[in-house]
Design a protein around this ligand. Structure first.
Ligand code: GTP
Ligand code: SPV
Ligand code: MN
Length: 604
């Protein structure tokens, strides 16, 4: 097979000359093709069939133990000018980068099949969607791309019509962590990835295209490509408000995108609609609002912690047609991970007999599931709307034990951009390296912004112009802890209480108190009905620790300074304003307690 697009055929031929595959297969995305690939992977041991009664059409992939997460230290943005990649990216001069990685690609597909994977990021007929072609020698990558993108014949037809596409070349290579690179060439709309089969390193439509390359394109073209979920919240009157929310990797996007409302909310008629769980492309519409699409078609989600109690929707979508990576299995071959307390693991993520006494987790902390979004009970057809959905609020959140309150509303767009730019969060198992270290992760895009953060913040600020109705911006933190490490806020479904306040603020229908760091709810402003929350915990969640924030404002100044001389002056002024407001406040500013206590202290 080939295409009607000479540029595509030539590129495939060129790659084949370099990599020397035994066979070339153009993916059409059909069921028959998927069945055949699955059969081959079952034969080769790349996939293991899971229990067909409890988990029909579900499979497990065990990756190389050294290939289980993104590798930020081996990820490069190769712009002609080093400055354009910014201090937020590793950089190599493009010609040098090509030479280094092409040397690894030379002959690497000998004995293997080269798959040509045409894909579309976004609804196939959406003007906001963009296409790419990934060449890979991994059937596992093809299987993932089929669930995660609109892959195959319809995408190829659009590419042939448009005549352009993002080129992604991938080989799992020999999986040597010393010979592994994820390289981006934004000016050439090209990605080259060698030496890893793991999600973000290998499914090139996802972080490489839809964030690093797309963020760079979005800046040229006046839109935004963000590490955000998109969720629709329907109130009892039937109005739906869409929220886009950025949290760093493994910090709660999938869970917020498909949250189960608390019982009292369900009874009152609240509903939650999932549009996307990881990536959001948005641009101003003719009405001046921001309209967003989810460029993906599936979820590549964190397995550990997913349970009946935390995320019933996620669990319900994983009992058929799901691909698992690095989870444990039970004695009767069901998938297992930490948090699934009704089953017991027999084999760990590497297939070794599991001994609970070992004290190590059975599933890898970054074990993942891949499923089509159609599997999700809260899926909405609005995810297929070519125009996207209008965004009412943007939320930035991180994983912070201390300081950051449960929720803060930005005073205006510029303040919101400062909040996003100053985000900090504890690192997680989604990337190799230390877990639990607080680092700045602006807009949750530290590993994903394809250009200089200073230019990126200027781009964000540029959306504030006459004629627009921008979303309000908020900061949230579900991860405050006490000295014993216990979470102060129950999180998960209960987060809807915070989203309700956020939406009410957008509609001008809820109270807030002004503080130096922004607007916070008083206890009365939140619906805490039926929530068993310790009064002292609630106080802590809604308090502003002025001394701590003064230190934070200094740390933010140093953080911004690292991106000079490209930090927009408006952002520096905003930081000054924050510092001055904090200078005027003292001690800890507590929230007004509720006039009628709705919460009973819990025995902690
Ligand atoms: P990526 O796919 O890596 O971008 O991650 P994500 O942001 O989608 O994270 P996800 O929703 O998968 O959550 C990661 C981990 O955080 C899981 O183990 C969840 O159980 C846990 N988590 C999610 N939401 C909450 C919450 O509200 N509170 C607490 N305590 N934990 C949460
Ligand atoms: C993340 O790490 O933010 C993910 C998983 O969503 S990956 O696709 O590997 O990037
Ligand atoms: Mn992510």
């Amino acid at each position: 097979m080939s295409s009607s697009l000479p540029a595509l055929d030539q590129w495939v031929a060129e790659v084949a000359r370099l990599t020397s595959p035994d066979r070339i297969h153009w993916c059409d995305g059909s069921d028959a093709e998927a069945r055949e690939l699955t059969r081959q992977m079952l034969d080769s041991g790349e996939l293991i069939a899971l229990n067909p009664d409890s988990h029909p059409d579900c499979h497990l992939h065990r990756s190389d133990p050294d290939d289980v997460a993104r590798v930020e230290h081996l990820t490069f943005v190769c712009t002609p000018q080093r400055e354009d990649a910014g201090p937020n990216n590793h950089w190599l001069e493009p010609a040098q980068a090509h030479a280094r990685i092409d040397a690894l690609f030379a002959g690497c597909m000998r004995g293997r099949t080269l798959y040509v994977v045409p894909y579309c990021m976004g609804p196939i007929d959406s003007p906001l969607a963009r296409c790419g072609v990934e060449i890979t020698d991994s059937a596992y990558v093809v299987a993932n791309m089929r669930k995660m993108t609109r892959m195959g014949a319809p995408a190829l037809a659009r590419i042939e019509r448009e005549g352009h596409f993002v080129k992604g070349l991938h080989s799992t290579g020999e999986l040597d962590p010393e010979r592994r690179y994820i390289m981006h060439f934004p000016h050439e709309l090209t990605i080259k990835s060698y030496g890893s089969g793991y999600g973000g390193n290998a499914l090139l439509g996802k972080k490489c295209h839809a964030l690093r390359i797309a963020s760079w394109q979005a800046r040229q073209e006046g839109w935004l490509a963000e590490h955000m979920l998109i969720v629709g919240i329907q109130n009892p009157q039937g109005d739906i408000h869409y929220i886009a929310a950025a949290f760093p990797s493994a910090c709660g996007k999938t869970n917020l995108a498909m949250l189960i409302p608390p019982e009292s909310y369900r009874q009152a008629g609240w509903k939650v609609w999932t549009v996307g769980d990881d990536i959001c492309w948005m641009q101003p519409g003719a009405d001046g609002r921001l309209w967003a699409i989810n460029p993906e078609a599936g979820f590549f989600g964190v397995a550990p912690g997913t349970s009946q109690g935390t995320n019933r929707n996620a669990l319900a979508m994983l009992d058929r047609d799901a691909l698992f990576t690095n989870v444990a299995v039970t004695g009767d071959n069901q998938p297992w991970w930490e948090g699934l307390d009704d089953r017991v693991p027999a084999l760990d993520w590497q297939g070794r007999p599991y001994d609970r006494a070992s004290g190590t987790p059975a599933a890898h902390p970054n074990s993942r599931f891949t499923v089509s979004m159609h599997n999700c009970p809260s899926y909405t057809d609005e995810a297929e709307n070519p125009a996207g959905v209008p965004i009412s609020a943007i939320v930035f959140g991180g994983r912070r034990r201390h300081l950051a309150p449960l929720v803060v509303e930005a005073c205006d767009w510029t303040h919101g951009v400062l909040i996003g730019a100053s985000m900090a969060s504890e690192t997680t198992a989604a990337a190799t390296g230390k877990v639990g270290v607080v680092r700045r992760d602006p807009m949750a895009m530290k590993p994903f912004c394809g250009y200089h953060f200073g230019d990126y913040w200027a781009h964000w600020l540029s959306f504030d112009r006459p004629g627009v109705t921008l979303p309000k911006i908020f900061q949230v933190n579900w991860f405050r802890r006490d000295d014993d490490g216990r979470f102060l806020w129950p999180g998960f479904g209960e987060n809807l209480r915070v989203l309700e306040w956020i939406i009410a603020r957008c509609r001008g229908q809820a109270g807030a108190r002004d503080t130096a760091i922004g607007r916070l709810p008083d206890q009365d402003d939140l619906n805490l009905d039926g929530l068993d929350l310790d009064a002292a915990d609630l106080q802590a969640l809604l308090a502003v620790d002025a001394d701590g924030w003064r230190e934070e404002a200094e740390a933010i100044a140093r953080h911004l300074d690292g991106f000079q001389p490209r930090v927009p002056p408006a952002l520096l002024h905003e930081r000054e304003r924050l510092a001055q407001a904090l200078a005027a406040s003292t001690g800890t500013v507590a929230a007004e307690p509720t006039t009628t206590p709705t919460t009973a202290p819990s025995p902690a």
